[in-house]
Design a protein around this ligand. Sequence first.
Ligand code: NDP
Length: 485
Amino acid sequence: MSTGNNKLTTSWGAPVGDNQNSMTAGQRGPTLLQDVHLLEKLAHFNRERVPERVVHAKGAGAHGYFEVTKDVSQYTKAAFLSEVGKQTPMFIRFSTVAGELGSADTVRDPRGFAVKFYTEEGNYDLVGNNTPVFFIRDAIKFPDFIHTQKRHPQTHLKNPNAVWDFWSLSPESLHQVTILMSDRGIPATYRHMHGFGSHTFKWVNAEGTAVWVKYHFKTEQGIRNLDVNLAAQLAGENPDYHTEDLFNAIAAGDFPAWTLYVQIMPEADADTYRFDPFDVTKVWSQKDYPLIEVGRMVLNRNPENYFAEVEQATFSPGSFVPGIEASPDKMLQGRLFAYSDAHRYRVGANHNQLPINRPVAEVNNHQRDGAMTPGNNGGSALYYEPNSFGGPKESPEYKAAPFTVSGQAASVAYDHNDHYTQPGDLYRLLSSEEQARLIRNIAAAMAPVEYEEIKLRQIGHFYKADPELGRGIADALGLSVPDEN
Ligand code: NDP
């Protein structure tokens, strides 16, 4: 257990004489203000927590590597994807979304799937979920949506009225709601689920040609889900079940792996595809854009320290590297701001300098100072540009690929509003047992809603996706499908 120097010290490095008894004025006298070791110990303890994430608070992380298995250099110039066999170190954080830091793992919720690749051209973060779509498609609705997943302002209880009110008034959520209520809404472990970049991104090759891209991490462990009764039991008996499973598997040398595939869409297809390819509530059919293998991610090392590596890990969908860029997806556009902003608030302006977030690529810029600046803060180097003294300069060859925009600046909705075909397709690809469980899960989740109007509005959406689905839920709730009255 011993690790060399065993002398206990204060935070300023001086040896501690007594760590068991505070200094008092005599045997029964009050504690002395001059016991600075005691003061420092209590004061630091009060400051041990950083604010938990507003969403994705409960999580587990692991280190690993990504290895390229197929040549995709015709689509992207990203250096870490440039040749077959190339390995890049990475870190992943899995999470639930709505619950607090100590909440149970085995709840029905999407799972965060946030990957940081430490590439030679800077960190590339792919901050996705275990689902290919999301509940909303414009970031302006995100705070409202999350408020429906959080607690009632008066009772501090979860609020099914709000959940289903919002979803039934936001039919673009239907696809994600259907996936969430299916068996895959409660994965057996973090190892037995897929991961998705969810948004559409842009890949640009060495010639400057752009394509649209979607990412799919397929689990090599196979999809496994939890039975709802077992999940409820585990939520009480072992609320950290998924966290424990991931740690123990890696500690035992049973390294989980995922194969990364992409779907590639030629740039021009975005104008004619039957769904808006930038709408994150929709998938691109794999019949239209088949999966193309890219590589393999293997998790082979547990964090040494949870707080330093998992709690302080900060991911941003805006951390791109050359060859990977944003798309006009309105949800992505909002996240490009919101994630880094959350980390500046939660961890601090210098969060990217912490060991878990620090790029392996050399960071050379003119940012200085700020709370908790580690390192030598750029030393004596000048911190402005342009300068005549040899400071770092921009490299025009890394400018983002230019693209054309047109139209009026305005608050505009997406053109495409078919929110029913894709959830219906999902329902129809399920086995009859999976369909029956989906209906049961939805009915169980909607049963506590106190307003019939909300239930009927939502049943109407499920009915439009597939009449059998809508009728099944209505029957289970003792209601009629509104259209059939
Ligand atoms: P495909 O038949 O080509 O693909 C079906 C997809 O559905 C596969 O990725 C499959 O993943 C996944 N899937 C199978 N069972 C379930 C389930 N119980 N819950 C969630 N996903 C499941 O058809 P399309 O590409 O045309 O998609 C049809 C529907 O499948 C879509 O409307 C969408 O709801 C759903 N889907 C589509 C995805 C896509 O990227 N196109 C991705 C995931 C779901 P697996 O191989 O692991 O079984």
